[in-house]
Design a protein around this ligand. Sequence first.
Ligand SMILES: *[C@@H]1O[C@H](CO)[C@@H](O)[C@H](O)[C@H]1NC(C)=O
Ligand SMILES: *[C@@H]1O[C@H](CO)[C@@H](O)[C@H](O)[C@H]1NC(C)=O
Length: 156
Amino acid sequence: MHFFSVILIITLLFCFVKPTWAVTCSKDGLKWNSHCLEYFPDADSFIGAEAECQKYGGNLVSINDTLTNDAVAYLINYYTEKDPPIDIWVGGHLSADGYWKWTDETVFVYANWNLTSKSEDKCMNYLMPSKLWDADNCDKEKPFICEITSNRKRMA
Ligand SMILES: *[C@@H]1O[C@H](CO)[C@@H](O)[C@H](O)[C@H]1NC(C)=O
Ligand SMILES: *[C@@H]1O[C@H](CO)[C@@H](O)[C@H](O)[C@H]1NC(C)=O
């Protein structure tokens, strides 16, 4: 095959097949597994935050393990330079069938609830500096963290 045909085919592949490994993080983003964790300081409702994450090619972050739970706190501290907000949105929500789910639809395998909290709200609130979770009113506006899995729209 001619050299230029090969280049053309590769170029076309990149145009139509979005390689998930090609995700690039913003300068403040954190490369995490095959995606980027990005802190969004502009407060929004839970629904608004999830929509913003999707616009950038991701979802609100799902937290699968202690390491990822720690990474969320690390990113908040890093971005806000030790003056972190008290709480932020992450991707957990109480679904109509009564189970907590992640907006990215990954299986809910890990939890780090504040067990003394009695809140019966439906959206997951990540508390600083304890890294514990509780439920809060989904309409409240908070900063949030997205997991970006593909660069639909370039981060600043
Ligand atoms: C959680 O686990 C799922 C399945 O292993 C993975 O696809 C997803 O990227 C993980 N989320 C994070 C934030 O690591
Ligand atoms: C856990 O929830 C209880 C009851 O709402 C609250 O008093 C306490 O401050 C919370 N703990 C943390 C670490 O946020």
